[in-house]
Design a protein around this ligand. Structure first.
Ligand SMILES: [Zn+2]
Length: 158
């Protein structure tokens, strides 16, 4: 996305892992409405169809936001979305994954902050990844065993 497109949605800047990113929070009604309109107009564009799902997700789940992170150099900068989750007081970039328990039959959706793609554009990505791998991770909600992926959030299924 171009900076003009991002600014129609949000002008809230947060420093996440040393990168200034634009953040769309679940209580930002106007930005959410603007992004919703955009995803309808651009429904054949796969980035916007993913954003449409992310948008519904942040509206229905506490603690999540959408970030637009910079990629590329000064005159050719683009902004790509990723999910943020507030964990232990700090925003963390996360990737949703389907994980299973290494000990029992539990499986479900989780948010993983240790996927290298989340940090690929950053100079200090190895340092950040090392730090992310040291977070305290969720255990299996059923037996307390280790999960197949590193999770800082587990979807609660009623
Ligand atoms: Zn288990």
């Amino acid at each position: 996305m171009s900076i003009e497109e991002v600014l129609e949605i949000t002008n809230w800047i947060e420093n996440v892992d040393g990168d200034d990113v634009y953040v769309l929070g679940r209580d930002m009604k106007e930005g959410i409405e603007n992004l919703r309109k955009k995803t309808i107009l651009e429904k054949d564009n796969c980035m916007f169809s993913m954003l449409s799902k992310d948008l519904e997700f942040i509206c229905s789940h506490v603690g999540f936001s959408i970030a637009f992170r910079p990629v590329g150099k000064n005159d050719n900068k683009q902004w790509i979305p990723c999910m943020l989750y507030k964990y232990e007081g700090e925003w963390r970039r996360v990737l949703f994954q389907y994980a299973h328990c290494l000990k029992c039959d539990w499986c479900g959706n989780i948010a993983n902050p240790t996927d290298p793609d989340l940090y690929i554009t950053m100079n200090n990505r190895f340092e950040i990844l090392k730090k992310m791998n040291q977070l305290s991770f969720c255990q299996c909600p059923k037996c307390g065993g280790q999960l197949s992926s590193k999770a800082i959030w587990i979807e609660q299924v009623e």
